[in-house]
Design a protein around this ligand. Structure first.
Ligand SMILES: CC(C)(COP(=O)(O)OP(=O)(O)OC[C@H]1O[C@@H](n2cnc3c(N)ncnc32)[C@H](O)[C@@H]1OP(=O)(O)O)[C@@H](O)C(=O)NCCC(=O)NCCS
Length: 197
């Protein structure tokens, strides 16, 4: 595949929200096989549109007039132990299975990051299932650091942050903060399960 043929652009009109759902669904086939459950791949196109339109941007990767990858950003405002204020929430990240590992996501990330910087936001956040090992490795390579854990009805999600102007915390502080949050969240969950049982 000649990488220069790949176009990364804001979602054009001819790409429908259902097309986005389809690529997302296909991209997650291996995750489903491995029992790595995630909510977003099963959202219908209309639900994806509602979550993104007017709140951020959907970027797509196109190869030979075919949609091959997706990546969105939504602006939010929330405090975490490691920072507060406006941040860019990255979601709906997907690349068709046959093209995974060929650098498509890297290009999508670059485009998304440029956009976020131009909007004057310097903190990016994403989360993924704790068992989604491929995504966890990729996002760390892309400069994200794991900082938190959240419980989602039947699985934990790891929360990652990337500071576009450099991380204000030492590596030790980040690792310590993440470890403390993991212990807190898992202990809380364990206690809840005990009382339910
Ligand atoms: C996770 C996923 C989007 C990654 O897409 P991909 O196209 O396979 O990733 P790429 O080929 O662009 O990444 C390739 C390389 O560039 C690195 N990379 C990716 N983005 C980068 C960035 N912005 N900066 C630096 N390195 C980056 C990757 O770590 C990887 O390094 P390697 O060559 O040493 O292995 C894809 O595997 C996928 O669709 N998975 C299923 C769906 C899913 O789990 N989505 C995430 C839901 S939260």
């Amino acid at each position: 595949m000649a990488s220069q043929e790949i176009q990364i652009t804001e979602k054009p009109e001819w790409v429908s929200w259902d097309d986005i759902h389809e690529v997302l669904w296909q991209a997650h086939s291996k995750n489903r096989e491995e029992g790595v459950v995630m909510r977003y791949p099963s959202l219908p196109g209309e639900e994806i549109r509602k979550r993104v339109e007017g709140k951020g941007k959907m970027f797509v990767a196109i190869l030979s007039e075919k949609l091959i990858g997706t990546s969105a950003v939504i602006f939010k405002d929330k405090s975490l132990w490691c920072g507060k204020g406006k941040y860019a929430y990255c979601c709906f990240d997907s690349v068709l299975p046959q093209l995974q590992g060929t650098g498509v996501y890297r290009k999508l990330c670059q485009k998304r990051e440029e956009f976020v910087k131009n909007e004057g936001v310097s903190r990016m956040l994403l989360d993924t299932n704790e068992s989604n090992n491929r995504e966890k490795i990729v996002v760390v390579k892309a400069g994200f650091k794991p900082v938190d854990l959240v419980w989602w009805t039947d699985h934990y999600n790891v929360v990652f942050v990337k500071w576009l102007n450099g991380c204000p915390l030492s590596d030790f502080r980040c690792k310590l903060g993440f470890s403390v949050r993991k212990i807190m969240v898992k202990t809380k969950r364990f206690i809840k399960t005990l009382f339910k049982g």
